[in-house]
Ligand binder design. Structure first.
Ligand SMILES: [Zn+2]
Ligand SMILES: [Zn+2]
Length: 614
């Protein structure tokens, strides 16, 4: 009798179980198939993960109860197994993500790709990048300036990959709206597209371009000829629930396994991305042409009591108020903000000398402490030695009314909670959290009222995320088509290179004008941020120099010490701090092997590999 191994869809059960395949179900059962089985006294759903299992002698096995429908193909089941090991989480969670949203009983015929779609995009800087990326094969990190359209890259992958192979192409994007638009553009070019998750069945049949967000990394294409991840730096690719997997890493592994090209496209590649493949970057001239003009307003000289509004900002607001059709967005995040201390005489912000994060006041009145790396120093200004430091008070709640008073025009407000894009009125000035950069599609200029709260936030990757925010804003202003000169208002641009820049303008209010993020935007050179981050990560032994995991929950009290006992050379298990243990290993293999080897005690346990916080 044929025996298969099944992973039950029950998160608390990490085991696999063997079942007999009844002859009447035999043709429908293969690796990946969704089945129903008896488990103890329960009937549960599950997936076949191994076929033709050798039957143990003297064991009486129970039969499969039913076939529920199609599941992921064998290559994706194996990929899920890898991801479950890599992020130390239950395999069933990943198999569920890889499965159809509703049961699929039969598949449509496989698409015949009918040759590559017609390429109509003009040859240009992006086509040159594509050529260089294709030439090398393997995983490439393709740096594309924010104002430049990524569609010609996707077309180039398609025409190179599809040619006659019958295998599918995977395109993963950070947001649903982007997926919808991209699918539409590809269809107009004649490509067979499966938009995930709803067209799961056509992707499972194969031969299509599968397009979707994070979960599409596990799209059920039976075979792959190429893969692309757009805006690979986007935080949306990180799953927050355990297993805390990252979509672009899964796509890169998938492409490596099938030995097909994979492009991770980003205007501001992070250190993690840069480790994943070879960098393909545009020429300096081309990259400058893809970033807007950036104006840096150094606020160190301003009276801290002046609050959020510098003179250049006020001029920009009045320019926007001055005529119909103009629009300025003001970004002011409310959550995850650093509390900033500024020196009263010289305006310098109190920053950690080790990691660069904002310092806050310690328990006694003479010390400053870093919430990110724990460093401490005396409570004096590092620049002028003055002890007169004061907390910058940012009147976030009143920002809208204050901006309205300064601009002399109606100011609309957008937050993550405030309705959809259609609800944003045609206001000339809009203020909001970074959500405003997702809701409003076009603006002449974006002003960051308090960039320092992003730059100096005491968390891993704060600088990279701040640059990503500026890149996002750069894309919004590029869509305006306004020339830099149009959007300057009374602001005098730094005459240098204005004509070489993309449309629109960014205005950055900061007390850290030399910060690598500010310089990267100003010079349109995103490589400055990872170059500055790398030595800090090495010094503090933070990812990607090491591999980290956080272990929390009631069962961590038993699991943490058990990990410490089994930890090999170079692996540290620290804690507990507020019930959380932290595991740091020299690489992912030793981290994941350790987490897999130590049996998990019963009770609630959260294992977060590559923690985003921390
Ligand atoms: Zn620090
Ligand atoms: Zn000072």
């Amino acid at each position: 009798m044929r025996v298969v191994r099944v992973v039950p869809d029950v998160a608390g059960i990490a085991k696999e179980f063997d079942y007999l395949v009844p002859p009447e179900l035999s043709d429908q059962v293969r690796v990946g198939t969704s089945v129903r089985v008896a488990l103890g006294s329960r009937r549960v759903a599950g997936w076949v993960v191994t076929d033709e299992v050798e039957q143990p002698a003297g064991m009486s096995l129970r039969p499969l109860l039913a076939v529920r429908g199609w599941g992921p193909p064998p290559a994706v089941v194996e990929l899920c197994r890898w991801a479950a090991w890599r992020w130390a989480g239950p395999l069933c969670r990943l198999l569920a993500t890889a499965s159809a949203p509703t049961l699929v009983r039969s598949l449509p015929p496989a698409a015949s790709t009918g040759g590559p779609p017609e390429t109509t995009s003009p040859m240009g800087p992006v086509a040159e990048l594509a050529e260089e990326a294709l030439a090398g094969g393997g995983v490439a990190v393709v740096r594309l300036a924010p104002a430049h359209d990524s569609f010609p890259l996707v077309e180039a992958v398609l025409s190179a990959a599809v040619a006659g192979s019958g295998a599918g192409v995977l395109v993963v994007v950070p947001a649903r709206q982007v997926a919808d638009e991209l699918a539409g553009r590809l269809r107009r070019r004649g490509a067979s597209v499966a938009l995930l998750p709803e067209q799961w069945a056509s992707a499972r049949s194969g031969g299509v371009v599968a397009v979707g967000t994070r979960a599409a990394a596990l799209a059920p294409l039976p075979s792959l000829s190429a893969a692309v991840v757009l805006d690979a730096h986007d935080q949306a690719y990180h799953e927050e629930r355990a297993p805390t997997w990252t979509a672009w890493q899964v796509v890169a592994e998938r492409a490596r396994r099938q030995a097909v090209p994979c492009w991770l496209v980003s205007s501001c590649p992070t250190l993690e991305l840069l480790e994943a493949g070879r960098l393909v970057a545009p020429s300096r001239r081309q990259e400058r042409a893809g970033w807007p003009t950036v104006e840096v307003v150094d606020r160190r000289g301003d009276d801290p009591r002046r609050g959020l509004y510098s003179e250049p900002l006020v001029r920009l607001l009045r320019w926007a108020a001055g005529a119909e059709g103009r629009r300025v967005l003001c970004v002011l995040n409310r959550r995850g903000r650093a509390r900033l201390l500024a020196c009263q005489p010289c305006g310098e912000l109190a920053r950690c000398a080790r990691c660069g994060a904002a310092l806050s006041e310690g328990r006694d009145e003479r010390t400053l402490v870093c919430a990110h790396c724990g460093a401490q120093r005396p409570r004096v200004c590092a620049r002028c030695g003055s002890a007169r430091l004061r907390v910058l008070r940012v009147g976030v709640s009143r920002a809208r009314e204050e901006l309205e008073a300064l601009a002399g025009t109606f100011v609309a407000e957008v937050t993550a909670e405030s309705g959809d894009a259609g609800a944003v009125p045609e206001a000339r000035v809009v203020v909001g959290t970074e959500a405003v950069l997702h809701r409003v599609r076009r603006a002449d200029a974006v002003a960051f009222l308090d960039l320092d709260a992003e730059l100096l936030a005491p968390r891993l990757g704060a600088a990279e995320q701040a640059l990503a925010l500026l890149a996002r804003a750069a894309r919004v202003v590029a869509a305006s088509g306004a020339t830099a000169a149009d959007a300057t208002g009374a602001v005098e641009a730094a005459g240098e290179a204005r004509a070489e820049r993309a449309p629109g303008r960014l205005l950055l209010q900061t007390r850290v004008p030399d910060h690598p993020v500010v310089k990267a935007a100003l010079l349109a050179d995103p490589s400055l941020v990872p170059a500055a981050e790398a030595p800090v990560r090495a010094e503090l032994r933070l990812p990607p120099v090491t591999a980290c995991a956080l272990v929390s929950g009631q069962a961590a009290a038993a699991y943490g010490p058990a990990l410490a006992e089994s930890a090999g050379p170079g692996v540290e298990v620290l804690g507990p701090v507020d019930g959380t243990w932290s595991v740091r290993a020299p690489d992912h293999r030793s981290l994941s092997d350790l987490l897999a080897a130590v049996p998990r005690p019963p009770g609630r346990l959260r294992v977060e590999v590559d923690p985003v916080r921390g």
